[in-house]
Write a protein that binds this ligand. Sequence first.
Ligand code: FES
Ligand SMILES: [Fe+2]
Length: 441
Amino acid sequence: MIGAQRMLSREDNELLTKVGPGTPMGELFRRFWLPALVSSELEADGAPVRTRLLGEDLVAFRDSTGRAGILGARCPHRLAPLFLGRNEECGLRCIYHGWKFDVDGACVDMPNEPPSRQFKDRIHQLSYPTAEAGGVVWIYMGPPAERPASVPQFEWVKAPEGHTYVARWLQASNWCQGMEGEVDTSHISFLHSQEEDYNPDALVAQNPSLLVDAALDGAPKLTLLEKPYGFTYGARRTLSDQYYWRVTRWLFPFYSLIPGPADGVAGRAWVPIDDHHTWTFHYQCRADRPFTTEEVARIEEGGIFPPRTEYGSYRLPDGYRVDGRIPTANDGNDYLIDREMQKNVNFTGIWGINEQDRSVQEGMGPIVDRSQEHLGTADIAAIAARRLLLNLAKRLAAGESPSVPHQPELYHLRAIETLSQSDGLAELLNQYEATLGAAVM
Ligand code: FES
Ligand SMILES: [Fe+2]
């Protein structure tokens, strides 16, 4: 019955998933500051980075003064790729005829025209505003008058240097499939579970973590509370004499916050490359101290997030190449599935949490046909995220601008993982917020 009621129409599925210029969801996303690159990918006067965001081909570079610029990918003279350009003396110079552009897209040199015939004042390369915070280069691709004053003020964005770890990698599916996996608590008990003999109470007491709760109650009680930033979503699992709660946040338009290590937060953002590809951003921060070099090395070995990757370029089906971390286990090698491992070690035979997620999310096809789904009570969070986004996109298409991009302070939140006697989410939130005061809301 729930499936019949909540199944998405073909039209709404299109509306939810298409993000190119002029689409309702694409226009909604363009009202937000979006994560574009990890700051360390760009070096002053270093190699430019090709990307595509919301269906637009772009090239990013850092100029001699350290400013990050994101320009249209092709030179406005005869459309040569600016990626091949010389990044020198505060601008990116096209290697075909030497035209040069600064981070704002101004044409600052046109050396193949005699001085009296130059028309550089009339040439402006497409450029988008950028900002840097939390180890991320952000981009704003919307109407200039609607630009929010600041990027979302997540704890990981505001944390002191070294307290935040960020990574970006490619997922070969529509952004929404990734985002929906993020708010899908019940899959953890299956997709990410290990074939081991657990003692749930003892394990949770030691280390209540993403992987441990996989072994617990596979049908947790789910509660969802709508909030101005999106929603809070709690999964309550019953232990012998108390409850194990995991409370996560979903924030417009595609962010998650899940409980992180050492009182910090972790989560993902699903930034559309185009309708069929996504940059997944992973962020985690710890409140107590910076990450050590050893901790960063361990994170980068893969296993959770990010997956195992190689930094390189990826050829999209239409021939354009984008640069970034490309996952080692992917559709081309069946995610390195090991059938022995599937029988004896874990549920999937696939190594690594993100590899497991991507195997099913990419395997659904580039854009899943949501009119064919059969949804149940375990799917309430995905249903809510779709509904909230569709509402906002339809309202924007009718002329009503979203207010949430202009409330960056709403993003200063934590996720919660705790053992408690509380049986209701609202009560749990009240208690938790009372103890931590203004640090979380
Ligand atoms: S194509 Fe770039 S300068 Fe001619
Ligand atoms: Fe997952």
